[in-house]
Structure formats: C-alpha cells, structure tokens
Design a protein around this ligand. Sequence first.
Ligand SMILES: NC(=O)c1ccc[n+]([C@@H]2O[C@H](COP(=O)([O-])OP(=O)(O)OC[C@H]3O[C@@H](n4cnc5c(N)ncnc54)[C@H](OP(=O)(O)O)[C@@H]3O)[C@@H](O)[C@H]2O)c1
Length: 207
Amino acid sequence: MKIAVIGTGRMGTALARGIAGAHRELIIGARNANKATALAKQIGAQVEAGGISASIKAADLVVMALPYEANLAALKDVDASGKILVDVSNPITADFKDLLVGHTTSAAEELQARAPGARVVKAFNTIFSDLLPREARNGTSLQVFLASDDADAKRAVESLVRAMGFEPVDAGPLRNSRFLEPMGEMNIQFGFFLGRGTVAAPIWQRV
Ligand SMILES: NC(=O)c1ccc[n+]([C@@H]2O[C@H](COP(=O)([O-])OP(=O)(O)OC[C@H]3O[C@@H](n4cnc5c(N)ncnc54)[C@H](OP(=O)(O)O)[C@@H]3O)[C@@H](O)[C@H]2O)c1
C-alpha cells in the first residue's frame, strides 16, 4: 500500500518521517514540488516526491497535512475515489484561538463531502507535530483517536498508527470528528495559550 503525505510543513514533515520509519512506501506531495523533493531526499533515496494531484493519484492512502481550507481545495481537481484519505486537520482560525467549523459538521465531514468516493479517516489531530517522532515521546504511550465510516479504512490507519508507536483508539463514525476537533483546539489552548507547550496530548483514561 503506497502512502502519500500532502504537505511539507510541521505536520507533513513529521508524519512523512514517521511513516518512512514504519517502512511504508511513501510519496510526498506539495504545491511547491521542490520542497517535496528536498524533504524526500532528506528522508531517504526510496521516497518519491511530486505535486499534490500527482501524489494523491499515485497513492492508496493519502494523509492530508495542509490547513483545513487548503485540504478542501486540493481535492477539487483530483478523483480520490476508493482511496483512504486521512484528515489530521484542526480547522482553526489564523490566530489558533477558534474553530472555523463545528457542532453540526467538521473538517473531516467537509473533506468527505468534497471527495464522496474516498474513505475519510480522522486521525492525529490531537497530536502535536513535536510528538510525532518516537524519540520525543520518551516511551510515553499516546493515543490517536480514529473516526471513520469505513471499517477497512479505519483498520488500515490503525495499523499505520500502531507501526508509528501510538495506541489507536476507535472513536466511532466520521461524524464524531465534530467532537475530536474541539479536543484538538483545547489541546492548542493548553499548548499555546495556557503555558503547557506542545509536548502533551489528551488520552482517554479508563479507571
Ligand atoms: N502542527 C501541529 O502540531 C498540528 C497538530 C495536529 C494537526 N495539525 C494540522 O495539520 C495541518 C498542517 O499543519 P502544520 O502545522 O503542518 O502547518 P504548517 O507548518 O504551516 O504547514 C502547512 C503546509 O501546508 C501547505 N499549504 C498552506 N496553504 C496551502 C495551499 N493553499 N495550498 C497548498 N498547500 C498549502 C504549506 O505549503 P508551503 O510550504 O508552500 O507554504 C505547508 O506545506 C493543519 O490542518 C493543522 O491543523 C497540525
């Protein structure tokens, strides 16, 4: 199964490294193909690179690591039918303080509406990019919440999440992304505005 990571920012870079570290076949896509090529070269000779549409087309599982609105725009001109689309986004305002969508929809549901034939899985939105490298976690087990309407797609992402050293947690159908995304925003509030830094993540603790 070939995986594409779309985006070479903080999240795209860290996810691409983690996915390559989990020994998966990888292509990196970006609007500036030079950035994708440079990152691919840094990660390893076997990693491919390209533009956004070409990378989506080339992959079976696509991790969208662009800002929320850019994710939607990226899917406008490409047919993602049958592909697994992983939405890691928190649909936040430019100042990080509010959500752009919520209550009755979510970024993940909007992505699914934009790509009706794709199988969208919400994942990683409560994990800061700083905690994606295994060594940054100091052996702490962190949970990645997964929401999707497609059981096979969820299983595939679950396996990837595990291979990257996280504990996958089934968070139910895709519509539950409307509850996961506010958790992501609360994590941002803790990290950026309440002085706790980007080195913590929510876990669902069972007593
Ligand atoms: N950072 C985190 O800790 C974190 C944690 C959880 C979830 N997320 C989510 O991950 C996603 C990426 O966040 P980030 O922190 O990695 O952002 P970032 O560091 O600012 O990187 C953004 C990436 O998106 C690309 N991009 C921006 N606007 C675009 C557009 N209109 N069309 C095509 N590409 C565009 C940028 O390309 P250029 O280099 O060409 O500008 C860059 O590759 C967001 O949805 C965010 O909510 C982030």
